[in-house]
Design a protein around this ligand. Structure first.
Ligand SMILES: Cc1cc2nc3c(=O)[nH]c(=O)nc-3n(C[C@H](O)[C@H](O)[C@H](O)COP(=O)(O)OP(=O)(O)OC[C@H]3O[C@@H](n4cnc5c(N)ncnc54)[C@H](O)[C@@H]3O)c2cc1C
Length: 266
């Protein structure tokens, strides 16, 4: 990733001043099965001027759908090489859904469209000494990208729920991140809430990033807010606080859930 970085998770794939930048059409170069439930799609095309604003930034992907003609879904920039015109996405494979079906069948030569830029990457604020990421298998591309990017000296940790222990991956970076893997049992995301509930509340300046099913995200958010955490809005003072970045990555029984759902309506 070689693009300018900004702090915060506010992106919506729109261009500046509310305008939409034109979509780009990419061609699938190769598809790799990283784990049983994670497919990596490397796509190529004209990405001159296309931007992503930091690790874990997201974009809109437009793929053919048997139901609606075209499905628009939200995915994370796993790798972006502007010079080679390459963008790599990773698709968590779950039971159903247009994007999942498309990725499961994707082959070199297939095409997809993407939004005009990627937004909402995460860079810790100055003064943050610990970053704690909490998420499920479809947030793993974002969490891995963020963990790989954190500088040495930050305490970098993640709790990741996967559906199958074979979905664990190696994650490394200058901060030498620690990943705690939990396996889905009962409802999706339930083991994340259990893990968070058993953690001591952070005593150092910490940013907590949460990406998972909408209901579980709200439970984790409520739990941490009740202990004194604050939401990480751009005007939040940083030093000494536990700041929360929360986002629903999907919602049970709901197709194409909004990528703006941060649980603030609770
Ligand atoms: C900022 C952001 C970044 C994201 N980045 C990625 C990424 O890099 N890789 C990735 O795999 N996903 C990512 N997601 C999640 C992805 O957008 C959703 O999982 C999306 O719903 C998948 O689309 P679909 O067409 O397969 O399923 P949909 O048509 O949206 O949903 C069909 C059914 O599947 C269920 N469902 C949807 N997602 C999941 C899931 N993850 N697990 C279990 N059931 C599910 C729904 O509840 C619904 O019942 C991201 C989401 C956000 C908000």
């Amino acid at each position: 990733m070689t693009t300018p970085q900004t702090t915060g998770r506010t992106g919506d794939g729109r261009g500046g001043r509310g305008g939409r930048l034109p979509r780009r059409r990419l061609t699938v170069a190769d598809v790799t099965r990283v784990t049983p439930h994670l497919l990596r799609v490397r796509a190529e095309g004209d990405l001159a001027g296309w931007t992503a604003d930091g690790p874990g930034s997201h974009l809109k992907v437009f793929v053919p759908s048997t139901d609606t003609g075209t499905a628009m879904r939200t995915y994370t920039v796993r790798r972006f090489d502007p010079d080679r015109g390459e963008l790599t996405l990773e698709f968590g494979i779950h039971a159903d859904g247009s994007a999942t079906r498309w990725a499961s069948a994707a082959a070199p030569g297939d095409t997809l469209e993407i939004s005009g830029q990627a937004r909402g990457g995460f860079v810790p604020r100055s003064g943050t000494s610990r970053v704690l990421l909490i998420g499920d298998h479809c947030a793993l591309p974002a969490m891995a990208s963020i963990l790989e990017s954190l500088p040495a000296g930050i305490r970098a940790e993640a709790v990741v729920e996967v559906t199958d222990p074979d979905d664990r991956i190696e994650v490394s970076g200058p901060a030498q991140p620690t990943v705690t893997w939990v396996t889905e049992s009962g409802r999706p995301g339930g083991q994340l809430m259990t893990a968070v509930a058993s953690m001591p509340y952070p005593q150092e300046p910490t940013e907590v990033w949460v990406g998972c099913e909408a209901g579980v995200m709200r439970e984790i958010r409520r739990h941490l807010l009740a202990q004194g955490a604050r939401t990480a809005r751009s005007d939040s003072p940083s030093p000494g606080a536990v700041l929360l970045h929360t986002r629903a990555y999907w919602k049970l029984n709901t197709a194409n859930h909004s990528d703006h759902d941060t649980g603030d309506d609770d």
